[in-house]
Ligand binder design. Sequence first.
Ligand SMILES: Cc1ncc(COP(=O)(O)O)c(C=O)c1O
Length: 372
Amino acid sequence: MVDLKSQYDKIKNTVDASIQEVLDTTTYINGPKVHEFQKNLENYLGVKHVIPCANGTDALQIAMMGLGLKPGDEVITADFTFAATVEVIALLQLTPVLVDVDMVNMNISIEAIKKAITPKTKAIVPVHLFGRAANMEAIMAIAKEHNLYVIEDNAQAIGANCKFSDGTKKKAGTIGHVASTSFFPSKNLGCYGDGGAIFTNDDDLAHKIRGIVNHGMYIRYHHDVVGVNSRLDSIQAAVLDAKLPFLDEYGKARQNAARKYSKAFENHPNIIAPTICDICDCHVFHQYTLRITNGKRDALMEHLLANQIPCAIYYPIPLHSQKAYADARYKEEDFPVTNQLVKEVISLPMHTELDDEQINYITSTVLAFFEK
Ligand SMILES: Cc1ncc(COP(=O)(O)O)c(C=O)c1O
């Protein structure tokens, strides 16, 4: 699905030199590279605070701890996402409230959020799924009306823009009260191990979170709050700092590949391809995900794998149907879109190194399946 080796080969000198600096200074934990990367990412995103941590799941958990959410507080999130989002809600003994998504952008449905709000609701967690920014303008308006926190799960959409009706744009992950991201190797900005970060424009929350990631310490060996040990190590920060200047170029490469894929599938009666907006960069294509509408998605997958084309189903089971998160509160009829998407979606290879020959082979193999 990704080609991290070819990407590394092109930036080898930069990445190796950055890692070598860490080896030379032996500052493996909380070294200057972590601080440098943090500052560079703050500038790139236009956000006041980036707090690096160990992975994207920790980032979400720590964001919720920082907001002081308490057991029993209801947190609304999308039914169609990776499990980490709901996992941390459950882990903190908050009450997950899974809601349906939108058929076109596959992100949390605005109407479903409105219907799910109760007096116990404390937060909304939109996920910018597959690299496409959720409708943050509408989500922030609902949050303001009901006095709720918004925690953006930006694991999949770093670099994407959110567009507002007054024409302004802001980076996904800088709009809610707090946001999380993942630097898992295959992410749009990926390190060579695990990594993550929390973003916020709130000075007090940033201060609180900086303590939480470090065992609840603000002064050494003074533990003021219950914390965790969640650090981005200096070698991973060195990789990320070397890759950050390429993030926009990588986003363009993904969008170009997506444009070529979607052109090939244009007007096909059984394929719904994602649309690409040429102006706002609201989709950075962490995944390129088709909907196959003739009921033959699984057969297409077998056909692609038989032709040595990697593909994947993100995600095959709605979260409300997962054993760990099933609950009598959920009714199947509340999730018509997710229930349909899990049967229709298939993701094709998507990365920064896709060339025309690969794209042509993939698209012609997909199209040939429907001509059989
Ligand atoms: C939407 C979403 N949230 C959270 C995470 C968790 O990130 P990590 O794997 O770094 O813990 C992921 C990772 O795949 C993700 O896709």
